[in-house]
Design a protein. Structure first.
Length: 667
């Protein structure tokens, strides 16, 4: 009996190692560290799990227990490994695999990843670099979380999805991660040091500086007469220069529908110019990071130098641009912003982030608005391709697509009739121009029946005959299907009866841009039953015609253009899984899952092809290609697609394409 007691005590000593600040417990696939609570170490527990010899999952919680929620981005069949060793060397608990070592500080939970020669690959910031700020939304509790890592001067960061500010290397840069038309956020970052971080969170996130951009009134502003208080704003009609409004403005923020009411009420922006002019004085020295949001033509001058060359974007889909300016405390610098609005309703904003020390700005920092805990995967590799392969091991392999999908597609804003589509395809064949796929974009349905999946009988009298004719010409046809439904359609009512429609747009009677304006909303793709119903409606109404591929437009979801972030969340929530604040970025993933699994369930031996306007980590497993969204096609927009496309590929998602749209060119 005494021997059994001693053996039991020995087992406990091996399983738990105590010190004044931490103890650890070995588990089947790693270990859990219990951290002594303090202000400097907000995490109560840290868990390391071994996926394989190069991939480690790190979870840190400020609660007593880890979350049991399943990941949306990680494949459900992911398995963990028991091939590792754990050693307590006094100050650190060290986990070793055949390829890497991971050291966890017993004092504060800080983690260092090393190669087998003892060289540091990546280290969390001194003290662990973790922060947890409690947050509660719609009765759901969680944390606003942040993780900071050290980064040497010669490091470069890539990935993060597709963004339009023409940044390639994100070292020292800031990027917000959310979904919007032309902006596709993927929380995976790859380093030239041959590792990657997959950040398992679906909420609004930020790479780099996590602060919100500040209004210009954080500076001292002077008008053109030198009077302190704001810039001189001059609103002028091109066709009647005498019709001019001059006023002082201390901020430049007309970014959203909710803010443009602050423009001069009596002034018509159409065919007008606006100039903000004066001087800016900074309260501290250093590099200020500016954020310019614009629709229409815009130029920015600092110190009489053109720092933002002319840019343009249509008003229904504005763009943003980022730039840095070195300012000295107490010194005035001339500032001039020239704007030609795009029509009678247009948008512009200029904001800034105050300087942070370079050693802080250049670190690897990831922040998310809401999550249960910090949850990330460290992926090591011998090269970047190896790292990206690790990403796909976690989130799913990229599916083999039909061969025809690699060929030439013909699309346009839309073919308005069945005759128009077939006539165009016939002309391609007549001229012997190779074409593999022709696309039927939106508005093939009756004008008041968006989401019905019905064809307007006057314009498309024989959908089956149209598809058969396309196939007879040895081509394929893809059709646009939105997650949007007018309230008068039976499809909307079917979702609504089950509680699977987002209600805010209906409650607010938001009317879309189709004359005279119709009320509708988007379905909740996070509900498993809604996913099945979404495919069922497609299967009943569209699949029998023989369409070859599906175009998933507005899958961010974009319920209404140009709304502020809080209202966007209201429009696309709450979801079946929780508040949209927590599940803001993964809609396109769940929407693609609905169609991919639906079609494979009907025809398991037929390859699926989806084109989607938005994406998220893991979307490649659903046989998707992501397209750039509705970009402009001026030179700066086309150039930005190079960095956007390369970073998207390094985010682990292989298939992407981009717009070339004549109606997106400058006017």
């Amino acid at each position: 009996m005494r021997r059994i007691f001693y053996l039991a005590m020995l087992f406990l000593l091996l399983g738990f190692t105590g010190c004044s600040s931490a103890s650890y417990q070995r588990i089947a696939d790693g270990f859990v560290v219990n951290i002594k609570e303090s202000e400097l170490t907000p995490a109560h527990k840290i868990k390391l799990q071994v996926v394989n010899d190069k991939i480690i999952r790190i979870t840190a919680t400020a609660d007593k227990n880890f979350s049991s929620e399943k990941s949306l981005m990680i494949i459900p069949e992911l398995s963990f490994s028991d091939k590792f060793e754990v050693v307590d060397d006094g100050s650190f608990i060290v986990l070793s695999t055949d390829s890497i070592d991971v050291k966890v500080s017993k004092e504060n939970g800080g983690i260092v990843f090393l190669d087998k020669n003892g060289n540091t690959i990546l280290a969390e910031n001194r003290g662990g670099g973790k922060s947890f700020l409690p947050i509660e939304v719609e009765g759901t509790k969680g944390y606003t979380i942040k993780q900071i890592f050290e980064s040497p001067d010669d490091e470069a960061f890539y990935g993060l999805g597709q963004h339009q500010a023409d940044d390639f290397n994100y070292k020292g840069k800031n990027e917000s991660l959310y979904q919007y038309n032309t902006k596709v956020s993927v929380p995976f970052v790859v380093s030239n040091k041959n590792y990657g971080i997959l950040w398992d969170n679906y909420s609004l996130s930020k790479f780099g500086d996590s602060r919100d951009y500040q209004q210009l009134d954080k500076f001292k502003l002077y008008d053109i007469e030198g009077k302190e208080g704001g810039l001189t704003a001059t609103y002028t009609r091109k066709d009647n220069p005498a019709e001019t409004i001059v006023r002082t403005e201390s901020t430049l923020d007309y970014q959203f529908l909710s803010l443009i009411k602050n423009l001069p009420e009596e002034f018509d922006l159409n065919n007008s110019t606006v100039v903000w002019n004066g001087e800016i004085e900074s309260p501290e020295s250093g590099t200020y990071h500016f954020y310019l949001y614009y629709a229409g033509y815009v130029k920015v001058y600092f110190n009489n130098d053109l720092v933002v060359k002319e840019r343009w974007r249509t008003a229904w889909n504005p763009n943003y641009y980022k730039f840095g300016i070195d300012l000295k405390a107490g010194e005035r610098m001339p500032l001039r912003v020239e704007w030609v609005p795009d029509g009678g309703t247009s948008y512009i904003a200029l904001k800034a982030l105050s300087p942070v020390p370079p050693e802080e700005q250049n670190k690897l920092s990831l922040w998310s608005e809401m999550g249960n805990e910090i949850d990330y995967y460290f992926v090591a590799g011998s090269n970047m391709d190896d790292v990206i392969s690790g990403y796909r091991m976690l989130t799913g392999k990229s599916q083999v697509m039909p061969k025809w999908a690699m060929g030439f597609w013909q699309s346009r804003e839309r073919y308005k009739t069945q005759h128009e589509l077939l006539e165009n395809l016939e002309e391609f064949r007549k001229r012997q121009i190779g074409i593999d796929n022709i696309v039927q974009d939106w508005s093939y349905w009756p004008v008041d029946a968006w989401g019905s999946h019905d064809f307007d009988p006057e314009r498309f009298p024989d959908p089956k005959g149209m598809v058969d004719s396309v196939h007879a010409m040895n081509a394929k046809i893809m059709i646009s299907v939105w997650p949007k439904f007018y309230i008068t359609t039976e499809h909307y009512k079917e979702f609504d009866r089950n509680g699977w429609m987002y209600q805010q747009a209906v409650k607010d009677s938001i009317r879309d841009w189709i004359y005279p304006g119709y009320i509708g909303s988007f379905y909740d793709a996070y509900a498993e039953g809604a996913q099945k119903l979404f495919w069922q409606q497609m299967e009943n109404k569209l699949y029998p015609y023989g369409f070859d591929a599906w175009w998933m437009d507005a899958s961010e979801p974009n319920v209404q253009d140009n709304t502020d972030m809080d209202y966007r969340k209201a429009l696309c929530g709450p979801t079946a899984l929780g508040p949209s604040t927590k599940y803001f970025n993964a809609y396109s993933l769940e929407n693609a899952k609905a169609i991919y699994q639906g079609q494979r369930g009907v025809e398991p031996d037929k390859r699926v092809f989806l084109l989607t306007r938005s994406g998220f980590a893991g979307i490649q497993r659903y046989s998707t290609a992501v397209w750039s969204g509705d970009i402009g096609t001026r030179w700066e927009d086309m150039k930005a697609q190079i960095s956007a496309g390369l970073n998207f590929a390094m985010s682990g998602i292989r298939k992407r394409t981009k717009d070339f749209r004549p109606n997106g060119c400058r006017k």
